[in-house]
Design a protein around this ligand. Structure first.
Ligand code: XUL
Ligand code: CO
Length: 434
């Protein structure tokens, strides 16, 4: 049987001196880093939507890619799955992720779409029996079809809420059927274009009720995976409700779901929100809701969600530093929610993009692990806050009132002296490890 990737051999680890375009120079799945195999740390996933469904368009021009599986029939969907598993065999990565919309043709009715999803997940399930690649997460596309133009859970029309709820149920079923380890909700249209026609209070209540039903369904079905929300501040909606980690945490607390739902954080979305990726990761870890990551980058000039494969060891290292510091992934992993540039037409481009992304992540992970094991940053951080470990400081924080603290300051004639934050030295330390 011919394959779209004919002539491309499985990619292997050749070490840092390799000059091959299609070899791992840093990603050695079996190398043990901080007591764990690299593959088990990173838990790489290929995204079905960007790698197999995206046609290579932009706002000024349509399709540039001509994949043989492009089309709206079940036959096309099966050919797409065949190509996907061929790529997985070449890369050897342990996971993939999908939306319903990526893997099955849209039907004329809800029932037909659901039956297409059932048939294609049977087919994918069979392919998984002879593949090492498992499902990291499934999700529903509640943003492409015109029915969702004014939102899914937050739509002013209850029929759309119902359609979205039914779709999520079918996608959670599909995820469970394929042994998925997480279920993701990204609210692509959960936001607004103009406040002039929007009732913020109702929409938040709808979103809270929707998520509660998802969590109830998880418990009713016994799904052992993690429910993840993926924050993003804008695009496609002008303003999206799941703006960033802190905003989503506030939403989860409001509806009593902060122990039930974690986050899938995406590098590019953090940048769009005006944060660094490591800020979002550190904040989520601190709030106990760090789940999984989408590891892609944005173009810093365009200011848009360009979903490029990661290429900066330093950025990636700082991100994995936060992941490792939080104890590493449990059900989560590293999904490449990343697409080729539209001029990168060939099968080899798809392979090389993933190889490069995996390699840069492996390099970042190793640097992060070394920084953490050597304690170079943590020793400094602990020293910086050491004053707070004294009994007097603890007492002030927990027990003393504003007036009591005032009296202490006066009695001791306190004259605090500023101390250097040592930022440049710490940045130099990071550079040493990259
Ligand atoms: C969009 C995005 C999505 C989610 C899954 O920016 O990141 O692909 O990852 O719906
Ligand atoms: Co994403």
């Amino acid at each position: 049987m011919t394959s779209y990737f004919d002539g491309i051999a499985p990619v292997t680890y050749e070490g840092p001196d390799s000059t091959s375009d299609l070899a791992y120079r840093h990603y050695d799945p079996d190398e043990v880093v901080m007591g764990k195999r690299m593959e088990d740390h990173l838990r790489f996933a290929v995204a079905w939507w960007h790698s197999f469904a995206w046609p290579g368009g932009d706002p000024f021009g349509g399709q540039t890619f001509q994949r043989p599986w492009f089309g709206d029939t079940m036959e096309h969907a099966r050919a797409k799955a065949d190509a996907a598993f061929d790529l997985f065999a070449i890369l050897g990565q342990p996971f993939f992720c999908f939306h319903d919309f990526d893997i099955r043709p849209e039907g004329a009715s809800f029932a037909e779409s659901a039956s297409n999803l059932d048939a294609i997940t049977d087919y994918i399930g069979q392919k998984m029996e002879t593949s090492k690649t498992k499902l990291l997460w499934g999700t529903a596309n509640l943003f492409t079809h015109r029915r969702f133009m004014s939102g899914a859970a937050t739509n002013p029309d209850p029929d759309v809420f119902a359609y979205a709820a039914a779709t999520v149920k079918s996608c959670m079923d599909a995820t469970m059927k394929l042994g998925g380890q997480n279920y993701v909700l990204w609210g692509g249209r959960e936001g607004y274009e103009t406040l002039l026609n929007t009732d913020l209070t109702r929409e938040a209540e709808q979103a809270g009720a929707f998520l509660s039903k998802v969590v109830d369904y998880k418990h009713k079905t016994g799904f052992k995976g993690t429910i993840l929300i993926e924050p993003k501040p804008q695009e496609p909606s002008k303003h999206q409700y799941d703006y960033d980690t802190a905003t989503v945490y506030g939403f989860l607390k409001r509806f009593g779901l902060e122990k039930e739902v974690k986050l899938n954080l995406e590098q590019g979305h953090a940048i769009l929100a005006g944060h660094s990726f490591e800020h979002e990761l550190a904040m989520a870890a601190s709030l106990g809701i760090l789940g999984s990551i989408d590891m892609n980058r944005n173009d810093y000039q365009s200011g848009w969600d360009t979903d490029q494969f990661p290429d900066s060891p330093r950025e990636v290292a700082l991100a994995y530093y936060e992941v490792l510091k939080a104890g590493g992934f449990t059900t989560g992993g590293t999904n490449f929610d990343a697409k080729l540039r539209r001029q990168s037409l060939d099968p080899v481009d798809l392979v090389a993009a993933h190889v490069g992304g995996m390699d840069v992540c492996a390099r970042g992970l190793k640097a992060a692990a070394a920084m953490l094991s050597d304690g170079v940053l943590e020793t400094h951080r602990a020293a910086r806050y050491a004053g707070w470990d004294t009994p007097d400081a603890k007492k002030m924080l927990k027990e003393q009132s504003l007036a009591e603290i005032h009296d202490l300051v006066v009695a001791a004639d306190l004259r605090p002296e500023p101390k250097s934050g040592r930022q440049e030295i710490l940045e130099n330390v990071v550079s040493r490890y990259i």
